[in-house]
Design a protein around this ligand. Structure first.
Ligand SMILES: NC(=O)c1ccc[n+]([C@@H]2O[C@H](COP(=O)([O-])OP(=O)(O)OC[C@H]3O[C@@H](n4cnc5c(N)ncnc54)[C@H](O)[C@@H]3O)[C@@H](O)[C@H]2O)c1
Length: 259
């Protein structure tokens, strides 16, 4: 799919990786709906609209899609990116990182899938390398990121079987230099694991080869997924040492039928 002229909705768009996604999508000629809790998402322009929304609030989230489609007339690309690192308020972490990604995917499919008035499209759900390996002192964050991968691979299979015309893929970044990393040093985020903050920092040094300095590399991965129509149900990994690459799995039946 070419990005030029398409309508994209990005959650968690105000800063960090989401902001880099928005910039890259705009550079490629998309119209972008920026969705975030935080109002400071930058100036609106002819090709952007900002909608303040808590993705964990079902009514607000549904209303956001409605407003987006009313404004730009359609939806082609959905990026479920909003996420938090909070082991203290872990139920809320599940709500934001996993439940809202599932809900966003289902709402997005209602607008995008063929046979339901949509033109098809692409959905990208943002997981983490913590979705493929354990993350000591972040067990709930890790569980939500594992959950995103299982959900997205499964719904990609269903979309293929149902001829939705929508591809669904996951991106798993390594550590990226964004504000979320500061949460590791805060008691209100880490709760019982706050005591281990020095160990966590040492662990991050151990994984330094995964550390990505600019979220723009993650945005390049996003564009690759949007533009390559052969990608469905894939898990893209991005790290400093290996760049953009894919998790390998055994062959699945849905891989036999490409869109
Ligand atoms: N930075 C990393 O090292 C890293 C690594 C792997 C995966 N990720 C994932 O990438 C995504 C983006 O992370 P980031 O590094 O840009 O973090 P960030 O904290 O810089 O940005 C997250 C954005 O999401 C928004 N947000 C949080 N809760 C929300 C809610 N309930 N409703 C709407 N918006 C909400 C925040 O306001 C913020 O603008 C997250 O899902 C994160 O788990 C980040």
């Amino acid at each position: 799919m070419h990005v030029n002229g398409k309508v994209a909705l990005v959650t968690g768009a105000a800063q960090g990786i989401g902001r880099a996604f928005v910039q890259m999508l705009l550079e490629k000629g998309a119209k972008v709906v920026l969705v975030d809790l935080n109002r400071e998402a930058g100036e609106e322009s002819k090709r952007t609209i900002f909608i303040q929304c808590d993705v964990a609030d079902q009514e607000q989230f549904e209303g956001t899609f409605k407003k987006a489609v009313e404004h730009f007339g359609k939806l082609d690309i959905l990026v479920n990116n909003a996420g938090v690192n909070n082991e203290k308020n872990w139920e809320s972490t599940i709500q934001i990182n996993l439940t809202s990604v599932i809900r966003g995917t289902y709402i997005g499919l209602e607008y995008m899938k063929k046979g339901n008035g949509g033109d098809g499209g692409v959905i990208i759900n943002i997981s983490s390398l913590a979705g493929l390996m354990p993350a000591a002192h972040q067990p709930v964050y890790c569980a939500t990121k594992h959950g995103i991968i299982g959900f997205t691979r499964s719904i990609a299979m269903a979309a293929n079987m149902g001829n939705y015309g929508v591809r669904l893929n996951t991106i798993c970044p390594g550590f990226v230099n964004t504000p979320i990393l500061k949460s590791i040093e805060k008691e209100e985020n880490m709760g019982q694991y706050f005591a281990y903050k020095d160990e966590i920092k040492n662990m991050m040094k151990f994984y330094a080869y995964l550390f990505i300095f600019s979220p723009s590399l993650i945005a390049e991965g996003l564009i690759t997924i949007i533009e390559d129509d052969a990608l469905n149900g894939e898990v893209m990994k991005i790290s400093a040492s290996q760049g953009i690459h894919f998790q390998e799995y055994n062959q699945l039946p849905f891989q036999l039928r490409k869109l």
